[in-house]
Ligand binder design. Structure first.
Ligand code: NAP
Length: 316
């Protein structure tokens, strides 16, 4: 069977894929263009796409008889794939849940601490040679111990962040999710998003992207947040109305923001880049070799299950 991989992946993953398939590896690190996606559906039995490969409904038009029957996505987030349109064309989609959870929660915690404790600003000060020395009122930030962490989306990653916030930082955890969660640590569900924003010192986003959560955090949620509170986004860029976030930061409605993802990724508005109280990471959530290997192995295992006519491990 022919397998198309749309980006370079770790060697271990490629070796595993080559043991089971004739692999065509695309060497570029940029997203596929529409024509490339349509060609891939025609030419290959399985495609391993990833973030940025925008498999919209248009891409699947007329593809009901195409060769490709599986998109084994590399990543847990699959909002770049119109799963309904894929299904209508008879193409299954899988993802890589679990492999990403702990590493992404680590990045969320890092952003919480960096934003609240002004780490980026401090680092810039030192690098610029402008630090004049310690003094008792220098660069005072927000101490997170004993404060409230409000998690939006209490799934796998949300819960991993909650554990770190509760057991690691001694924070009170509250959350907003579609359904109540059986949890082995104290956390209170808040039905209304704005109430959660109003009660939190740190609001952390861990919902999936896509039409349902687009601009979940807009002017109303931002206005509900406290003036000292920080917004952390490790979910997807379009969960936040970026223009509204910029306005809230400019007005001092919130204390700061820590972002791993952006609405028009990889474009990051210059105004955000110039704000001292904003911490900006280049989508580092799962960026560790062993994590990327595990994600890749899961994606290949889904492809192998398809090849062998077995049930897919992680259908979405
Ligand atoms: P998950 O286990 O499916 O958790 C998602 C949670 O969001 C679920 O608890 C779900 O509630 C909740 N949710 C969905 N829609 C909601 C809404 N409209 N309002 C409130 N809550 C809502 O997924 P996960 O593995 O934790 O991953 C979450 C997302 O993180 C991924 O989809 C991906 O986009 C993002 N991510 C980012 C990075 C990165 O590099 N920055 C890395 C990995 C993942 P129910 O359980 O009630 O349905």
């Amino acid at each position: 069977m022919e397998l198309f991989i749309t980006r370079p992946l770790p060697d271990k993953v490629l070796a595993h894929a080559r043991a089971h398939f004739n692999v065509t590896l695309r060497e570029q690190t940029t997203p596929l263009k529409k024509g490339e996606m349509r060609a891939a559906l025609v030419l290959y039995d399985v495609v391993i796409p990833t973030l940025g490969d925008l498999f919209s409904a248009e891409v699947f038009e007329g593809m009901a008889d195409s060769r490709c029957r599986l998109l084994a996505n590399f990543g847990v987030g699959y909002n770049h794939i119109d799963v309904g349109a894929a299904r209508a064309a008879g193409i299954s989609v899988t993802n890589t849940p679990g492999a990403v959870t702990e590493a992404t929660a680590d990045i969320a915690l890092m952003l919480m601490l960096m934003s609240a404790r002004r780490a980026s600003e401090g680092e810039r000060l030192v690098r610029a040679g402008k630090w004049t020395g310690w003094h008792p009122t220098q660069m005072l930030g927000l101490h997170l111990g004993g404060k409230t962490c409000g998690i939006v989306g209490m799934g796998r990653i949300g819960q991993a962040i909650a554990r770190r916030a509760h057991f690691g930082l001694g924070m009170k955890v509250i959350y907003h999710s579609r359904s109540p969660k059986p949890l082995d640590f104290p956390a209170e569900q808040v039905a209304d998003l704005e109430s959660l924003c109003a009660a939190s010192d740190c609001v952390v986003l861990a919902v999936p992207g896509g039409p349902e959560t687009r601009h979940l955090i807009g002017p109303d949620a931002l206005a509900a947040m406290r003036a000292h509170a920080h917004l952390i986004n490790i979910a997807r860029g379009d969960v936040v109305d970026e223009a509204a976030l910029i306005a809230a930061l400019e007005l001092g409605q919130i204390g700061g923001a820590g972002l791993d993802v952006y609405e028009h990724e990889p474009t990051v508005p210059e105004v955000l880049r110039k704000m001292d109280n904003v911490t900006l990471l280049p989508h580092l959530g799962t960026a560790a070799l062993d994590v990327r290997e595990e994600m890749g192995m899961m994606a290949v295992e889904n492809a192998v299950a398809y090849r062998e006519g077995r049930e897919l491990h992680n259908p979405v």
